[in-house]
Design a protein around this ligand. Structure first.
Ligand SMILES: O=C(O)CCC(=O)C(=O)O
Ligand SMILES: [Fe+2]
Length: 350
């Protein structure tokens, strides 16, 4: 196969119905080291609920723009992001991503002291008159997948020879965010720099991706390869496509991979529903004890989960004002000339 050509990548399958935890942890470890992506099956989320959130998501995106703009995303990073608002890979694309989305996070009421933190606050909801029942379905899904996130995080901990509850205390007011997405029925053109989603790696710990039956997701296992080779990841009904984010790559000292991916649309509308499982704002992301040693010292300086995520959103959302809420971080990551991210202390980060 010629350079740059695409072929389908059969991902490892992790079957959560396997009662043998050690076997499961081993399968997770292999997938996380090799690709950073796997299919998750028998995960316990009802297929009907998975179908229903996609139906409800389409109902929202079918609304007139004027109606959607009533819940346009706010300083808390919740609500509607219009078509092309996000620009995930400005270096290789000539325009914003051909998608619209809707951020739903942990609901922190406006009078809660936590609401003063960046990326925290009340969710926005379309009016019940316009979309009756929408909020109920979305909230149900949010909490069901949250439980699944805890199960998989516990497996990740086991796979790293940590206590199964290692990550538990980091999820009391988590920055878990889900984001229904609608991709426009246009043809992406990598040659001309047009993408559904530009190339990126996810920011946080784990992503649970639900998609409709339309293909489009591609991964690039070796981001340094020239030219890059992109492989299709087929949708698989009933399964989640789980992938790891930069925070976990950093936490594991580069052992687990946060793999580059993008979406190339094929002229049909496409709906997907990523669920970003991220820890509390103040969680310290510091090399895990089982991932460094005197011969393999920590490669990244510690930073908080909030600092990490704020920097990421800041880089990719044209409408996100990182200064809208005080955060006390002066060293938000910026792009270096070669595109790698650096923090102000000069360290290159993932
Ligand atoms: O829509 C997809 O298949 C992928 C979406 C994605 O990668 C993201 O939102 O981070
Ligand atoms: Fe992604």
């Amino acid at each position: 196969m010629g350079a740059g050509e695409q072929h389908e990548e059969p991902l490892d399958v992790v079957d959560l119905s396997n009662p043998n935890k050690a076997e499961l942890a081993k399968a997770v470890r292999r997938a996380c080291i090799d690709v950073g992506f796997f299919y998750l099956i028998n995960h316990g989320i009802d297929q009907k609920l998975m179908d229903e959130v996609l139906v409800q998501s389409k109902r929202f995106f079918d609304l007139p723009t004027e109606e959607k703009m009533k819940v346009k995303f706010d300083k808390n990073h919740r609500g509607y992001t219009p078509m092309a608002e996000e620009h995930l890979d400005p270096e290789n694309s000539t325009q914003g991503d051909s998608k619209e989305g809707y951020y739903i996070g942990w609901d922190v009421s406006a009078d809660d002291p936590m609401a003063s933190k960046p990326l925290h606050g009340p969710n926005q909801w379309p009016s019940e008159d316009v979309l009756p029942g929408w909020r109920t379905v979305m909230e149900k899904y949010y909490f069901e997948v949250l439980k699944l996130g805890h199960r998989v995080a516990s497996l990740i901990a086991l796979s790293l020879e940590l206590r199964p509850d290692y990550f538990e205390k980091m999820f009391t007011v988590p920055m878990v965010v889900m984001r229904p997405l609608h991709y426009a029925a246009v043809h992406s053109s990598p040659q001309e720099g047009r993408f559904g989603s530009g190339a990126h790696s996810d920011y946080g710990l784990l992503t649970f991706l639900l998609t409709d039956e339309n293909s489009g997701l591609q991964i690039c296992k070796d981001k340094e390869a020239k030219p890059q080779v992109w492989q299709d990841v087929a949708p698989r009904r009933g399964a989640y496509i789980v992938n790891l984010g930069d925070m976990l790559e950093r936490w594991t000292n580069g052992l687990y991979r946060s793999t580059l991916h993008r979406v190339v649309t094929k002229g049909v509308d496409r709906y997907s529903f990523p669920y970003f499982y991220e820890p509390n704002f103040d969680t310290l992301v510091e090399c895990l004890p089982t991932c460094c040693s005197p011969t393999n010292p920590a490669r990244y300086p510690p930073l908080t989960s909030g600092e990490h995520l704020l920097g990421k959103y800041h880089q990719t959302h044209t409408g996100f004002d990182v200064t809208a809420k005080p955060h006390g971080f002066e060293n938000l990551p910026t792009k270096s000339e070669n595109g790698a991210e650096i923090s102000e202390n000069g360290a290159e980060i993932s």
